[in-house]
Write a protein that binds this ligand. Sequence first.
Ligand code: DP6
Length: 348
Amino acid sequence: WVLMKTARAPSNIAVIKYWGKRDEKLILPINSSISVTLDYLFATTTVAVGPSFTSDRLWLNGKEVSMESERYKNCLQQIRSRATDVTDEKTGLVVKKEDWKDLHVHVASRNNFPTAAGLASSAAGFACLVYALAHLMGAKETYEGEFSAIARLGSGSACRSLYGGFVKWNMGKEDSGRDSIATQIVEKDHWKDLVIIIAVVSSRQKETSSTAGMQTSVKTSPLLHHRAEVVVPKRIEQMEQAILKQDFATFAKLTCADSNQFHATCLDTSPPIFYMNDTSRRLIGLVEKWNAHEGTPQAAYTFDAGPNAVLFAPNNEVAKSLLQRILYLFPPAADADISKYVIGDQSI
Ligand code: DP6
């Protein structure tokens, strides 16, 4: 027999960024962060167990990869230790609580967006893995947010992908990481008019992973420590208020400022890390000039550890105008499919 479960989890984009850990193994951050869930970018993961499986195995986008990494092992072990008796609805098959530790899992996960191009594929992937495994093994949370703490062991930003809408990852204080969990600020319907545009600048893999990049920043960037201790705590409060009030002007200012400070921190790292490219910078210029011309923010931008932009507009009308401006600056071929258009990829 084989028992299977499939789940889907969204990606998320941080508007107040997480960059730097205080504990590498438990993935505990040096500051809290806030994200917006990106429903259209998601991972779909199928997990299966059966007595004939002789080892834990993992396939990412159809290609087998090692499951030997501590991150996978930690997530799996945490869910396994919370497994309960499970009865399969279709077949009536029963897997007892004590049997799960001897059963190996096979995991197959797919993203509907470019992996590791700075669109938080690891966030969607680990959130999905934890959620699917918990369902398969009948694991239940013993406190609210516990699954987000387990997803965090896979990748920090993954803890924010277990919720929809606007999500805050509280850095927490405890050494165990028990209180370093995500909580939902508001559901996405709270701010129905907000439009998110993803401008894919390159679908290439990034050169410096977030994990390695933030390690170097923690060791070498004085700006990072100022950011985590002084700047971010204030911004977290202001951002939460802006979201609750649907105050686009404040949301936009904080989002752009935080993205820019995160990239400044990368530049302040030794050796410096560059995630944005010329196309990214031209997009920033477009938004900044437009906002300055109108005297109030029309749009906002944010960039994670890659050159792709996530852009925000307060409503559909402004979003259309933003899109027109982008296409004017980066004219696609006449027959291009705009939904798949990679801006500026010709430069690579
Ligand atoms: C720039 O969550 O990918 O996207 O915890 O080492 O797996 P690890 O890093 P990861 O870092 C994300 C960094 C970021 C900002 C953010 O999502 O908050």
